[in-house]
Design a protein around this ligand. Sequence first.
Ligand code: FDP
Length: 352
Amino acid sequence: MVKHTATSVVTIERFIIDQEREHPEATGELSGVLYDMALAGKMIANKVRSAGLADILGSTSDVNVQGEVQQKLDVISNEIIVKAFDHGGRLCAMASEEEPDIIHIPDGFRNGKYVLLFDPLDGSSNIDVNVPVGTIFSVYKKITRGARGEMEDMLQPGRRQVAAGYVIYGSSTMMVYTTGQGAHGFTLDPSIGEFLLSHPNIRIPECARYLSVNDAYEQDWPEPTRNLMRRYRGLDGKQKSLNVRYVGSLVADFHRNLLGGGIFCYPANAKSPMGKLRLLYEANPLAFIAEQAGGMACDGFKRILDVEPRELHQRTPLYIGSRAEVQTVSEFPLENMVAPGIPERRGVRPVD
Ligand code: FDP
């Protein structure tokens, strides 16, 4: 455990370089992707911080001093990330939760060997009320032969991610990422504009404290889901009740549970038979971090990282957090919980 003292300040750049040194074959391209993401995170943090000033400086439908229409923060964040990456030569394509199709690298710029998938501003409906929001990202190595990134490069199962992480814009701005060598957290020091290592080697507490779920859907949950939630609340007498905490901003709920111990659930329900969250932009990157921190993630049947994606914006039910709580999901017969007729989901239990 690195002690955070004046003599052991580690910037995110230094940390990335140190990790890269452990891989003599590394070309530095993945490190470059991580630096660029840290930079984009700082730029988005800057915009998020002044979000409350929109009414004073101009609302989204207003025209600003340059004669441009003010854009919503999720659109701005999307543009910041695309511009931070599209001519850097490290990526061959991107996909964003905000855009319907693959984002190709513009003509005239080099195509690199990685693809980036991201949710530029998750929880953005919370911006107006000053609740933490976040950026989530996921990186894969290209698997197709041509120079351009293709759909096949995007639709890889989460276990093939080479890096993933998020930036949370809360009371402080933090970036948490993994390249498969543990999950590490960095806090932005605004006075010097640097992310500093604050949470090396994060381990999710084995003893869970929190349950994060939106109870408003209870009437639309199938019986097994209701029973599972009764278990977490200690109502069937089989375990101690967890405390309920639901921000409604996935990154904030996940981050609290990662540090404090707990489970986040977004089950399927009658109105949303595949849940709400996106496999590629939300579930996979957070599942990679959860596993690297000693936790687990499943969709009610399968380990999230083993789900074979079929389309870019695919949704998935999600149970993620402390290991024992996610394992509890397998005690409930959840076969009725997702859309009928998806054979791959029948009878497969989450792995440990
Ligand atoms: P939002 O719609 O505000 O962007 O994925 C989107 C998300 O937020 C998550 O951040 C959050 O966990 C979830 O939706 C909240 O959904 P419910 O309002 O249905 O609980």
